[in-house]
Write a protein that binds this ligand. Structure first.
Ligand code: SAM
Ligand code: SF4
Length: 342
């Protein structure tokens, strides 16, 4: 059990942003090599002994929850590659005060795991789905497996996951002609599709500004196919701007490049080896594994985390937009999404 830090005031950073949502990466490994995320070449994965154990992950999650985070999302790399993931979900789902336990996956291994994950207490799943065409899938991800992803989505629905989200990174000349078809697919499956602007993170070796399809253009594609849309209003701390088709079908657009949501960003991320990053673009993280393994008490760890959050200043995407420095740091392993957890 984590010692109570009831007397802790709300943890606000220098821009008044709460310590809200924690993305916990459970592995840096992946069974795909998405162009926008990973280099194609072979990769030196983290040694297994560097990975946080399930007990360490549970302890960290409980600490963050005690400091005010009420959302934990498991990510990676590909989180379903972590052996016995339902056991971790069971441990996390028992944390008092954790309101929302979610998972982001590429879906490849989801079909056999959807029901066990739900039985273990997982509440929500987001599946990455960039295309409905197997050949495009292979080009984007440099691997086969499109049919498995679609089977994974069906299995998640059959297992009773509601509010399924599908995330699509839109790349010009790759899948931007599929925007209406993907929305049709999501509507038919009762899922919410979210279009994500292609970000200039380090693993995206071929990122170029002209490959980004900005939110306004995504919206034009949709209006041309489906008529007027409504929404686009306040989004709170959520990165996605919510929209609806005329028939009520919900969808979202994450304008990380053209309209970054840094001002409301309550997210932080812990890598699979326990480094805590305050921003997707932060060059430095805080090592939480060393103090965990050095035997610090929950109180000492909570104080450390709370103090670092109060110092949090970064607004990486906004700063890059203002400075016109998109693309800077490209190819820099520090920024890679499969390490950071997206
Ligand atoms: N492997 C899982 C998956 O693909 O869903 C989880 C990890 S992945 C790093 C998390 C999310 O980051 C995915 O939805 C992916 O689409 C997104 N992502 C990765 N690189 C991106 C980029 N360059 N721009 C925008 N989104 C990106
Ligand atoms: Fe793997 Fe997800 Fe990155 Fe694709 S986006 S390479 S599936 S971690």
């Amino acid at each position: 059990m984590v010692e109570s830090v009831e007397s802790a005031p709300p943890f606000l950073d220098r821009h008044g942003r709460m310590l809200g949502s924690l993305r916990l990466s459970v592995t840096d490994r992946c069974n795909l090599r998405c162009q926008y995320c990973m280099p194609a070449a072979s990769y030196d994965w983290l040694p297994r002994e560097d990975l946080l154990s399930f007990e360490e992950l549970r302890r960290l999650a409980a600490l963050f929850v005690s400091l005010g985070a009420d959302q934990v999302r498991l990510t990676g790399g590909e989180p379903l590659l972590r052996r016995d993931l339902p056991d971790l979900v069971r441990k996390l789902s028992g944390i008092p005060g954790l309101r929302d336990l979610a998972l982001t996956t590429n879906g490849l291994l989801l079909a056999p795991l959807a029901a066990p994950l739900r039985a273990a207490g997982l509440q929500r799943i987001t599946v990455s789905l960039d295309t409905l065409r197997p050949d495009v899938f292979e080009r984007v991800s440099r691997r086969k497996g499109h049919a498995e992803v679609l089977a994974g989505i069906d299995a998640a629905l059959a297992a009773g996951f509601r509010g399924l989200k599908l995330d699509c990174v839109v790349m010009r000349g790759m899948n931007d002609d599929e925007i209406p078809a993907l929305l049709d697919y999501a509507r038919a499956h009762g899922a919410e599709l979210r279009f994500i602007e292609y970000m200039d993170v380090g693993g995206a070796q071929h990122w170029k500004p002209e490959r980004v399809v900005p939110a306004a253009e995504i919206l034009q594609h949709i209006q041309r196919a489906f008529g007027p849309v409504s929404g686009g209003g306040a989004q709170g701390a959520a990165p996605s701007t919510p929209w609806r088709l005329q028939d009520g079908t919900p969808f979202g657009i994450i304008a990380s490049m053209s309209a970054p949501f840094c001002g409301a960003c309550v997210r932080s991320r812990v890598t699979a080896d326990g480094h805590w990053f305050h921003c997707l673009y932060a060059r430095e993280g805080f090592d939480l594994r060393a103090p965990l393994r050095a035997g610090l008490s929950d109180k000492e760890l909570a104080e450390f985390i709370g103090a670092r959050w109060r110092e949090r200043d970064m607004q990486g995407a906004l700063d890059r937009l203002r400075a016109g420095s998109h693309g800077a740091g490209e190819g820099d392993a520090h920024y890679e999404m499969h390490v950071r957890g997206g």
